[in-house]
Design a protein around this ligand. Structure first.
Ligand code: AMP
Ligand code: MG
Length: 338
């Protein structure tokens, strides 16, 4: 009898130990996933009791949204908008993302513009990049601009020959959707990397903020500094991310809606720090197009984000709200709101 009581007691003790261990961070599960989607390499890392379920759900969500927003998949909402004649009925989600994009176009005075599709196709960055003829550029420019698109409820109508491209905002929007999954699954910490889009969820397992390196546009193995981030996106647009060279000139994929040529604004890259992924992605593209003076003025007059920009001479322009530490050797000018 005494033996039996001892056995029960020891089983109970082990159970209590296991339960308290699972509840504490010492027994956290870790999960990770990598995939190629949205034309880029994606890495998802999470810890916590539901880490694996969260990573699996995130992977499924990326596929679902790529099917909805891709410009090349014939069943996507965007493909239909670009290829069908007359009004196209789209999902609630697509309609909302187009609405948000149009309002950012207005706010940024056209620097960010999802109707640049004719220009983007002409430069061919997705397949065979090439330098277009001046006349082709003028035609594509005349077919670009938000005035060519109308959205009524869920119905999208484009002028003939025009097109929509969400390449400058889709990854940020998708990041926001993945964050909802992490929150639903009560994941205490995760790091989502979608190409140049990083999201730092919660904290590291030691309770400290995540450290996100900002790539040096002039050295693919180097960084210009580190952002300490918690529940924030750190999203970079840079001319170094996609480009080709012809006759000694580099042409990159972020286009000026004014000239139709790659934006030549004085920035090598712009990194936005914000808890709003959709905004951060659109603004990384927009501020890159704007250049230093306009970007600073935009930041001073709009809340909800900070930025780290690398100028052509390699120096940095950093807003005070970024928790950014430059690497040794990088001179940073700190911008202040007041
Ligand atoms: P990102 O890496 O977020 O700066 O997005 C760049 C992608 O957005 C390009 O590959 C194009 O598909 C698209 N894009 C290029 N220029 C612009 C622009 N001025 N506004 C909006 N989207 C753009
Ligand atoms: Mg962007």
């Amino acid at each position: 009898m005494k033996q039996l009581a001892k056995k029960i007691l020891s089983i109970l003790c082990v159970s209590v130990l296991l339960i308290s261990c699972l509840a504490s961070s010492g027994c956290q599960q870790e999960a990770s996933g990598t995939l190629f989607a949205l034309d880029t390499y994606i890495t998802l890392r999470a810890y916590g009791r539901h880490a694996q379920a969260a990573v699996d759900q995130c992977t499924g969500e990326i596929t679902r949204l790529e099917n909805l927003l891709s410009t090349t998949r014939s069943y996507s909402d965007i493909y239909k908008i670009n290829h069908q004649e007359g009004p196209v009925a789209v999902s609630d989600e697509t309609a909302q993302l187009i609405t948000r994009s149009l309002s950012i176009t207005e706010e940024t005075q056209g620097a960010f513009d999802i109707t640049l599709r004719p220009l983007i196709s002409l430069w061919g960055f997705e397949q065979e990049p090439r330098l277009p003829e001046e006349e082709e550029l003028l035609t594509a420019l005349s077919l670009s601009g938000a005035g060519h698109l109308s959205l009524t409820g869920h119905s999208v109508l484009l002028d003939p020959g025009c097109g929509v491209d969400l390449g400058g905002i889709a990854k940020g929007y998708i990041t926001d959707r993945l964050v909802s999954i992490l929150e639903e699954q009560k994941v205490p910490g995760a790091m989502l990397v979608l190409g140049g889009n990083v999201y730092a969820h919660g904290t590291r397992e030691n309770g400290k903020p995540w450290r996100v390196g900002v790539q040096d546009p002039r050295d693919e193995h180097g960084i210009v500094g580190v952002v300490e981030a918690q529940d924030q996106c750190v999203i970079t647009s840079g001319g170094y991310q996609r480009y080709f060279e012809q006759d000694g000139i580099t042409y990159h994929h972020i286009l000026s809606p004014e000239t139709g040529y790659p934006a030549d604004s004085g920035f090598l890259s712009v990194t936005i720090v914000s808890s709003d992924g959709t905004l951060a992605d659109a603004l990384s593209t927009a501020l890159f197009v704007m250049g230093p003076e306009k970007a600073e003025a935009y930041w001073k007059s709009h809340p909800g984000f900070g930025f780290v920009a690398v100028l052509e001479d390699g120096s940095l322009l950093v807003t005070e709200d970024c928790h950014f530490t430059p690497e040794t050797g990088f001179a940073a000018t700190i911008l202040q709101k007041g």
